[in-house]
Design a protein around this ligand. Structure first.
Ligand code: C2E
Ligand code: CA
Ligand code: CA
Length: 749
């Protein structure tokens, strides 16, 4: 199939290159051919004109020649004397005139007339014949005779011929001027001939003839084959012939011949010498070859040009295509084909411009809830497939003018045009419901959800960055509120975010200056009589203006901002100081999952403990189950390394997370801390009792210490010790207190 581009290119090539080229070639070839043929024709015409002149000249010369030959006998004393004799010597005449003129010059008929124009001698073909034969031709030659006799105007006289003037049509007499004669073309008995009639005069003064009483001699030469042959060989005329009919044969040229009286007597034909045609015959093949070569060269040139332009064109098309592709790539996500962040920003700018003019616009920030799990458990291909399916799903739920973009990873964003808050909420509900449905990915079913942050753009909210920030805040809130839901941004959220920002900055300062942060210690009891066996280090922050801030408020901020690493290491250093102070107690330190993600984390903790000179076995590290979720190798290695250094590992808040007993086998754990929710529900909830008992049994079986947290009442204490717990921690024994106050506790002095 020819693409429209290809067809257009072909058309352009035809009109712009091929057409003119073919035109120029055609004109050049036609002009050259025309000039060539014109040259040939003109050359031939000139040649024919010259030959006509020459042939006419040749005929005139033959007439002249006839007269000259005749003159040899006409001006002869002996002939005059012979003719004056009373008894005519015909024998002499025959020998010296008739035979002689025939044999020597080919005069076909010779006649001699007396003063009265009576024939006294006649010879045909050199043989004497009866004078009566003259009568048969007399009529044809009468005008010649009359002219010579002076009865009519004599045309061959000296006064007729001016020097330099061309001779009369059929008569040129070059003989001596005193020879009165008449000669020319004539038709005799219907046959074309040349004839000459001359007065016979003495050659010398010794013989006299009375002027006007001369005899006449007549010579006739027919234009027969022999005459023509001589004419041809003498004048280089090719294939001459004489005919009464003017019809030309092929390749012949014709010259009409007229008598001296202007009557037509026939046509002289010959094959003209045509140098132009000959040249054409000789060079014709070469010429045709040259023309063909020229056309072929032009065709080759056209072909070459066509190829060159085609290549250029296809290069251009490729360039355009790759430019378009690059353009598309620059503004679209490769995986889903959705607009990327750059294009989204542009669309958002336009949407905000519409919002300024009063249109209701909403911006949605979306984040998939369990994308990481899908990626980790089913692989990256499944993760990619999930992203594509969600993209499809979102596109199906919004209107045509709306924008769905992928901002990266599992983050999407949507711009909804022309919709009120109720419609926005309805769309969010529909998105939530759709994404809640299981996705089938590469043969597996995956359950994910989505959290959505919504901003209903107001007329004055025109800053793109600000709108996106608000959408992110709402999204964060949606996630914090348990995910799989949407949250519409309110100004109050902005306030809490601002507060977080302030807390972050203050925490940074506190860590840098070492002021305001404290560690409180809560005892853990165990063994016979529930002695204090260890202390849990719990961080406290005495804020200069806000007062005491609970760890639940600032630990998440520290985790988000990465400050948790510095904070955790600071607490560990404090704990080491405490460990030295109470060498018989272990000190428990809480670790955040975020700390595990920082490279070299385990090495640094080991370094801190080693530097302090504390026996690592005195330090217990509390981790939560969430760190096992990733199943990453480096977490396994970090835990193993920490444990190998001599520190113990406790699983904190056991029962609130995934509570997979598999972890206990996979990772070497020294202690399980049952979450206080089980302890505090134990009196109302039978399940809690069963779970505590089961965990205690399991711990016993696996050699893992089991400790219950949040023990507040003696009843709880009794139930837990009955269930088989090895240790306890809770307000019943002590609240977390500053290190200095620990000395006041019974048994810790
Ligand atoms: P956690 O590790 O589970 O710590 C025990 C929390 O329970 C402490 O709260 C403690 O005051 C409280 N508690 C102890 N006994 C009782 C009781 O009988 N009844 C009740 N209702 N509560 C009791 P705190 O100090 O507010 O700490 C809260 C959480 O903050 C901790 O939970 C821990 O996850 C985190 N945290 C505290 N200090 C640090 C720290 O230095 N590093 C890290 N990463 N997290 C810390
Ligand atoms: Ca803890
Ligand atoms: Ca705990």
């Amino acid at each position: 199939m020819v693409s429209p581009d290809g067809a257009r290119q072909k058309w352009r090539f035809r009109t712009k290159i091929f057409g003119p080229l073919a035109g120029v070639t055609l004109v050049a070839v036609l002009t050259a051919t025309f000039v060539f043929y014109l040259g040939i024709q003109r050359t031939d015409e000139a040649s024919v004109a010259r030959q006509v002149r020459e042939t006419r000249q040749a005929i005139n010369l033959s007439i002249d020649k006839l007269a000259k030959e005749q003159e040899l006998v006409a001006a002869w004393d002996a002939l005059v004397v012979t003719l004056e004799q009373p008894q005519l010597d015909r024998q002499w005449l025959n020998t010296n005139i008739g035979k002689w003129l025939y044999k020597l010059f080919g005069h076909d008929q010779v006649y001699i007339l007396d003063v009265e124009d009576r024939p006294i001698y006649a010879a045909i073909g050199g043989e004497q014949v009866s004078g009566a034969r003259f009568r048969t031709i007399q009529a044809d030659l009468q005008s010649f005779i009359d002219a010579v006799r002076g009865r009519i105007h004599h045309r061959n006289g000296p006064h007729d011929r001016n020097p330099g003037q061309p001779p009369a049509t059929n008569n040129t007499l070059l003989t001596s001027e005193r020879m009165v004669h008449e000669s020319g073309m004539v038709r005799i008995n219907g046959r074309p001939a040349i004839a000459s009639v001359m007065r016979i005069v003495p050659f010398t003064d010794t013989v006299h003839v009375q002027p006007g009483r001369e005899h006449l001699i007549i010579s006739v030469q027919f234009l027969d084959r022999k005459f023509l042959k001589d004419l041809a060989s003498l004048n280089l005329i090719d294939a001459p012939r004489f005919s009464m009919s003017p019809v030309k044969r092929k390749g012949e040229e014709v010259l009409p011949v007229t008598s001296h009286r202007g009557e037509p007597i026939g046509y002289f034909f010959w094959h003209p010498d045509l140098p132009g045609s000959m040249l054409m015959r000789q060079t014709g093949v070469l010429t045709i070859f040259t023309v063909l070569l020229t056309i072929a060269s032009m065709a080759l040139l056209a072909r070459w040009l066509w190829r060159a332009t085609s290549e250029l064109q296809s290069t251009l098309i490729e360039l355009q295509a790759s430019e378009a592709q690059a353009q598309h790539l620059a503004f679209h996500d490769v995986l889903t084909g959705l607009p990327n962040r750059a294009l989204f920003n542009d669309r958002l700018k336009q949407a905000l411009a519409r919002a300024r003019r009063g249109e209701r616009v909403a911006v949605l920030a979306l984040d998939l809830d369990r994308f990481k799990q899908v990626n980790d458990t089913l692989g990256h291909h499944a993760g990619d497939a999930l992203i594509c399916e969600v993209a499809e799903c979102l596109l199906g739920l919004v209107r045509e003018g709306d924008t769905v973009a992928r901002l990266g990873g599992d983050e999407f964003a949507v711009i909804l045009s022309d919709c009120n808050p109720e419609q926005v909420e309805a769309i969010c509900e529909r998105i939530l419901a759709a994404v809640r449905e299981p996705f089938s990915l590469l043969g597996h079913q995956a359950f994910v959800g989505v959290s959505i942050g919504v901003v209903n753009v107001t007329v004055d909210a025109t800053d793109r960055v600000d709108v996106l920030r608000k959408a992110d805040i709402a999204l964060y809130r949606a996630k914090a509120e348990g995910r799989d839901n949407f949250c519409v941004f309110t100004e109050e959220m902005d306030e809490s975010v601002r507060l977080r920002g302030a807390i972050e900055a203050d925490l940074r300062d506190a860590l840098a200056s070492g002021t305001g942060l404290e560690v409180h210690y809560q005892p853990q009891v165990g063994g016979e009589g529930y002695r204090v066996v260890g202390l849990e280090a719990l961080v406290r922050w005495r804020h200069p203006t806000r007062g005491m801030i609970a760890p639940g408020q600032f630990i998440p901020i520290a985790e988000e901002t990465g400050l948790i690493s510095d904070l955790g290491e600071w607490v560990l250093r404090e704990a080491c100081v405490a460990a030295k102070r109470w060498p018989n107690l272990f000190i428990a330190v809480n670790l955040s999952p975020v700390q595990f993600r920082v490279a070299g984390f385990a090495e640094r903790l080991i370094g801190i403990v080693r530097e302090s000179g504390v026996n690592p076995s005195q330090i217990e590290l509390e981790v939560t189950e969430s760190i096992f979720l990733n199943g990453d190798d480096y977490i396994r290695r970090a835990l193993a390394m920490l444990r190998a250094s001599g520190m113990r590992i406790a699983l904190d808040d056991f029962g609130t997370g995934y509570s997979s007993l598999g972890y206990l086998r996979q990772f070497k754990i020294d202690k399980i801390k049952i979450d206080r929710s089980f302890v505090q529900n134990a009196d109302q909830n039978a399940d809690s009792v069963a779970i505590v008992a089961a965990v205690a049994n399991l711990g016993q079986a696996m050699g893992i210490t089991v400790v219950a947290e949040g023990v507040e009442t003696p009843e709880q204490q009794r139930f837990l010790s009955a269930a088989g717990c090895n240790g306890m921690q809770g307000y019943l024994f002590s609240r977390p207190v500053p290190g200095d106050e620990l000395a006041l506790l019974p048994g810790l002095a």
